[in-house]
Design a protein around this ligand. Structure first.
Ligand code: FEO
Ligand code: CA
Ligand code: CA
Ligand code: CA
Length: 608
C-alpha cells in the first residue's frame, strides 16, 4: 500500500547554535509559546497556583511536575481540538517548596503534594486561528480534563500476572487494583487513540528492602531496589505518607509498578490499566505499529546500563474502524500476547571493535538480530521460570536467555513511513570499565558518554517476525571527534548531539531526537535529520531548552504544523532552590517545568 503524501519533507531550517542560555532558542522563522506549566489548572475548579499554599488537593487538580512524554490525540470530528496527554515523571522538592532543606523535613502534606504532582495530565487543547499554536481549551465543558496521580488514582492490572500472589497486598487482596503510577517517562499514542506510558525508575520509591527474604532481595536488587539499608539514602520518603512503600511491611507492593500503563483519554472516569503481558522492567515507554497481518507490535526499552530491548506481539488483531465495538476490541489488544527480547550480533570481526568508536573495515556498525521468545500467554519459554515469573521479573528472564546488554535503551519507535525501528541508546559510561562488558559492534564505544541511535529493520518488513538486521545511523558526540558517525554525511555540516533520549517522526519520516544530559556542556535540545537517502545523518539542532532542563516529548502533530516539547526539570542544578533558582524560565521567577509548542510563522511544515 503506498504511503500517503506528506506535508513535511525537506528539512530547511538553519540550525540553532549550542548554548547555555536560560531560554528556549528556536530557528529563524519559527515561533514558540508555553502551552501549560506546573500548577496551571487542569480539572475544572482547580485553584490558582500559589507556591506558598500548596496542598495535595490543589495539586491533584493542577498540572503536575516534570512533564516528560507528550501525546496529542485528536478529538474525532474536530480539526482544532485535541487532548494533550502528558507524563509527570518525578518531582524536585528543592525546586517546589520554599525553604526546602531535606525530604525528611517536609510535612506529610508536602509529601502528598509530591505524590499528586506525579502521574499524568489530560488537557483539552485548541488551536488558535490557523497557526500551529495550541492553548488549553476555554469555554468548553472540558469533560476529558483529568489528573492521574501516584497518590490516589486506581489502576487495573490486566494479563497473566493480574490476580496472582505476586501482586496481592493487604490493601488489595484481589491483586488487581493498584493505587497510582510511578516515574512515568516516555510513551506513545496507539492507533486506537489511547496513550501508553512507561513506569521507569520505580525503585527509588521503596524502603525496607533490607527486611525481605533472601530470594526476594535477589529480585529487588536486579531492579535497583536497595536491600542493605532500611531507609536508602536515595528514597523519596513516601512511606511517611503511605505505609505501602515500606517493603518490610508490604513486600509485594513493588511488583505492582514497572509496567506499561494504558490510558484512554476519552474515558475520564475509567481506571487506566497496567498491562502485565508486556513485562516488568524500567519501562522507558512503548510505541506500537500494526503489522501486515493485523497483530499490533509494541517496541520497548529498559532504561538501565546493560539492559535490553523488547517487543510485544498481540494475540488478537487490530480492527481498523472507529466504530465503538471496534474500539472496544482494540482496547484489549495489549492484554494478551507474546513477549520477546533482543539478541544482537555484529557482522564485523570482534578484533575490529576496539572500543574507541573506530569504524570496522566494512565501514559500518551493523549486523543481525533475533527476537527470543520469553513468554506467550500463560506459557513460559524460559527454563525454570513460570509465565508469571517471566512477566514479573522480566529482567531475570532476559538474563537467562542471554539477551544483548545495551547502552541504556530509552525511547524505541517505529517509523510509520518505512517500518524501520529507531531506539535511543542514551549513554553508558560503565561500558568496558572494570569488569563490565566491553564494547561490541552494537555498543561500540567504551565509557560511552554520548550515546547512539540503533536502527532495526525487520526481515521481510514483518514486525511479528523473529529476525532483523540493524545499523547504527548515528554515533553521537562532537562531530569534530573521531568517535562520532552521522550516517556517512559530511560531519562539518552537522550539529553536535549528546545523550539521545526520545525519538519521533514527522509525516515525511524525518527522525527527530531530543536529548537528556548533554555531556558536551551545552543545554539539551531537539534535533532533526533525514534518515533515508543521501541526506541520511544530516542532523541539525532545532531548538535548545533553558538551563538545567532536559528536552522531552517531542510530538509532531499529524498535519506537521506543530511540534510539542516538554521542558523537564529547568534549573535542576545542584544547590538551586525556589529562593535561589538556577533557571527563571518560563515566568521570570522560579523555574517551572512546562510544555511548549513551536510552529513556523508562515504556516509551513515543522522542519521546513
Ligand atoms: Fe526517564 Fe529513561 O528517561
Ligand atoms: Ca559491520
Ligand atoms: Ca526518557
Ligand atoms: Ca530522561
Amino acid at each position: 500500500k503506498p504511503t500517503p503524501p506528506s506535508k513535511a519533507g525537506k528539512i530547511g531550517f538553519k540550525p540553532v547554535a549550542p548554548n547555555t542560555l536560560d531560554q528556549v532558542t528556536i530557528p529563524t522563522g519559527y515561533q514558540t509559546s508555553v502551552v501549560i506549566r506546573w500548577g496551571d489548572p487542569v480539572v475544572p475548579g482547580a485553584p490558582a497556583f500559589n507556591v506558598d499554599r500548596q496542598t495535595a488537593a490543589a495539586q491533584s487538580k493542577q498540572f503536575g511536575y516534570n512533564n516528560d512524554f507528550v501525546g496529542v490525540v485528536p478529538i474525532p470530528g474536530s480539526k482544532d481540538r485535541a487532548l494533550l496527554v502528558v507524563n509527570h515523571e518525578y518531582t524536585n522538592e528543592n525546586l517546589m517548596f520554599r525553604g526546602f532543606t531535606t525530604l525528611d523535613a517536609l510535612s506529610v502534606e508536602q509529601v502528598k503534594v509530591a505524590m499528586a504532582a506525579h502521574g499524568l495530565s489530560v488537557v483539552e487543547i485548541e488551536r488558535s486561528g490557523r497557526s500551529g499554536q495550541w492553548k488549553p481549551a476555554k469555554g468548553y465543558k472540558l469533560r476529558y480534563n483529568r489528573r492521574i496521580t501516584a497518590l490516589a488514582t486506581e489502576f487495573r492490572l490486566t494479563g497473566p500476572v493480574a490476580g496472582t500472589a505476586a501482586v496481592k497486598t493487604a490493601a488489595d487482596p484481589s491483586g488487581k487494583i493498584v493505587i497510582g503510577t510511578l516515574n512515568n517517562c516516555a510513551g506513545g499514542v496507539t492507533p486506537w487513540g489511547t496513550v501508553l506510558s512507561g513506569e521507569e525508575n520505580f525503585n527509588q520509591y521503596f524502603v525496607g528492602g533490607d527486611a525481605v527474604s533472601a530470594e526476594t532481595k535477589t529480585k529487588l536488587n536486579r531492579y535497583g531496589i536497595t536491600t542493605t539499608a532500611r531507609y536508602p539514602g536515595d528514597s523519596r520518603k513516601w512511606e511517611r505518607a503511605q505505609e505501602r512503600f515500606d517493603l518490610a511491611k508490604h513486600p509485594n507492593e513493588a511488583n505492582r509498578f514497572g509496567w506499561i500503563v494504558e490510558v484512554d483519554p476519552f474515558d475520564p472516569e475509567g481506571r487506566p490499566r497496567k498491562h502485565t503481558a508486556m513485562g516488568r522492567f524500567k519501562h522507558e515507554g512503548a510505541n506500537v505499529i500494526v503489522a501486515k497481518d493485523g497483530h499490533v507490535v509494541a517496541y520497548m526499552g529498559d532504561d538501565e546500563r546493560f539492559d535490553y530491548l523488547y517487543k510485544f506481539v498481540s494475540e488478537k488483531k487490530y480492527i481498523k474502524s472507529d466504530a465503538p465495538w471496534a474500539r472496544k476490541h482494540n482496547l484489549t489488544l495489549l492484554e494478551s500476547g507474546t513477549l520477546y527480547v533482543a539478541k544482537v550480533t555484529g557482522d564485523s570481526p570482534a578484533t575490529e571493535i576496539d572500543g574507541t568508536g573506530k569504524l570496522p573495515s566494512d565501514g559500518r556498525f551493523d549486523g543481525r538480530g533475533k527476537w527470543i521468545k520469553l513468554v506467550s500467554g500463560n506459557r513460559s519459554f524460559v527454563p525454570g521460570m513460570t509465565a508469571v515469573d517471566v512477566l514479573t521479573y522480566t529482567r531475570l528472564a532476559g538474563d537467562a536467555v542471554g539477551a544483548t546488554k545495551m547502552d541504556r535503551p530509552e525511547d524505541v519507535q517505529p517509523s510509520l513511513r518505512t517500518g524501520k525501528i529507531y531506539a535511543a541508546m542514551t549513554n553508558n559510561t560503565n561500558r568496558g570499565v572494570g569488569t563490565n562488558a566491553p564494547a561490541d559492534e552494537p555498543n561500540p564505544r567504551n565509557a560511552n558518554k554520548h550515546g547512539h541511535i540503533f536502527e532495526i529493520t525487520e526481515d521481510r518488513g514483518d514486525h511479528t517476525g523473529l529476525t532483523f538486521t540493524w545499523q547504527l545511523p548515528i554515533v553521537c558526540g562532537d562531530p569534530a571527534a573521531a568517535d562520532t558517525y552521522f550516517g556517512g554525511y559530511d560531519k562539518t555540516q552537522v550539529s553536535p548531539i549528546s545523550c539521545p533520549d526520545n525519538v519521533a517522526f514527522d509525516s515525511a519520516g524525518n527522525l527527530w531526537i531530543s536529548t537528556d544530559g548533554n555531556a558536551l556542556g551545552s543545554n539539551d535540545g531537539l534535533f532533526a535529520t533525514p534518515i533515508e537517502g543521501k541526506e541520511r545523518g544530516h542532523l541539525r539542532q532545532f531548538l535548545t531548552v533553558p538551563k538545567g532542563a532536559e528536552t522531552c516529548g517531542p510530538f509532531i502533530t499529524g498535519d506537521d504544523k506543530s511540534v510539542f516539547v516538554a521542558v523537564q526539570h529547568p534549573g535542576e542544578i545542584t544547590g538551586a532552590t525556589v529562593e535561589n533558582p538556577a533557571s527563571h524560565w518560563p515566568d521570570g521567577d522560579f523555574a517551572k517545568p512546562a510544555v511548549i509548542v513551536t510552529w513556523k510563522a508562515d504556516g509551513g511544515a515543522i522542519g521546513s
